[in-house]
Design a binder for this molecule. Structure first.
Ligand code: KMH
Ligand code: ZN
Length: 270
């Protein structure tokens, strides 16, 4: 079994400091959090950024400044979001790709997202995929429903993307695939051989699905974008605390944790 890749989704677009005062929002706070998480075992940061008021933005400039500060501190793999916030336009969402990050997300379908609609019509997904590939960026396919795997494989058939792909199963979003273990097993069984995967369990599913992924040979995403609690009713003190717990669980279960360079090899980034 490969070593475990832990991704930290440290910021997101929906959570606020009111929800958890420990949420990093400025470029410096995010960079310091990235360093803390890397020290605890994270090898990828899934990156969203915020404007001066703490609201989600896909501004290329804010991404550039945040990435600069992260790279000064750690060699963690930077995976920029192209999802942004549900209300953003496609053009807005695509901006960070021009910075040629090592990785970026690509959601391959539309899903209800709580009370909002996270809109990704097929022509837009194709446009995003082409832009990601043109800039030499490794996509992570964000799967909120099982049909999104097939949509990604259609992009392979069209010659836009290439196998092996790396997937992230986002499970437990109200409106998307539920967070029960049987759904994760079905998603994993639906992948072509050689593909890699991560699971991002939302809320209370973060811990249960993450543990299952460690056992199944998958990878894990934790962080405030998905879950702001350490335990029921107890806010997490930092993203690092959530990373540390997942690394500790992996160790207990006999799975080693990958460094960023080991993750680069597993994901064929180098
Ligand atoms: N904020 C969600 C609407 C991604 O980063 O690629 C979309 C999202 C997915 O977070
Ligand atoms: Zn995201």
């Amino acid at each position: 079994m490969d070593k475990l890749i832990i991704t930290v989704a440290a910021v997101g677009a929906e959570v606020t400091k009111k929800d958890n005062p420990n949420l990093p929002v400025t470029p410096l706070e995010i960079a310091e959090e990235a360093q803390r998480c890397a020290e605890k075992g994270a090898s990828i940061i899934h990156l969203h950024v915020r404007d001066g008021d703490g609201n989600p933005t896909q501004s290329k400039e804010v991404f550039a400044e945040t990435i600069r500060l992260i790279k000064e501190r750690t060699n963690i793999i930077i995976q920029t979001s192209t999802g942004g916030a549900a209300w953003m336009s496609g053009e807005e969402r695509l901006q960070p790709i021009e910075l040629k990050p090592e990785m970026a997300t690509l959601t391959t379908g539309t899903v209800n997202f709580g009370a909002e609609l996270f809109s990704n019509p097929t022509p837009m997904v194709e446009q995003f995929a082409k832009k990601i590939v043109e800039n030499g960026v490794k996509p992570e396919i964000e799967v909120f429903e099982v049909g999104m795997i097939n949509n990604a494989l259609n992009l392979v058939k069209k010659g836009i993307l290439q196998l092996p792909l790396h997937f992230d199963f986002v499970m437990g979003v109200p409106g998307g695939i539920p967070g029960e273990p049987r759904h994760l097993l079905h998603l994993v069984e639906s992948l072509p051989a050689g593909c890699t995967w991560t699971v991002a369990g939302i809320g209370r599913y973060e811990l249960s699905l993450g543990t299952l992924a460690i056992l199944l040979g998958g990878n894990v995403r934790v962080g405030f974008e998905d879950n702001i609690f350490y335990a029921k009713g107890v806010l997490a003190q930092s993203n690092g605390q959530l990373v540390e717990r997942m690394a500790r669980l992996a160790k207990e279960l006999g799975r080693e944790v990958a460094t960023p360079d080991e993750a680069r090899k597993i994901l064929h980034l180098i």
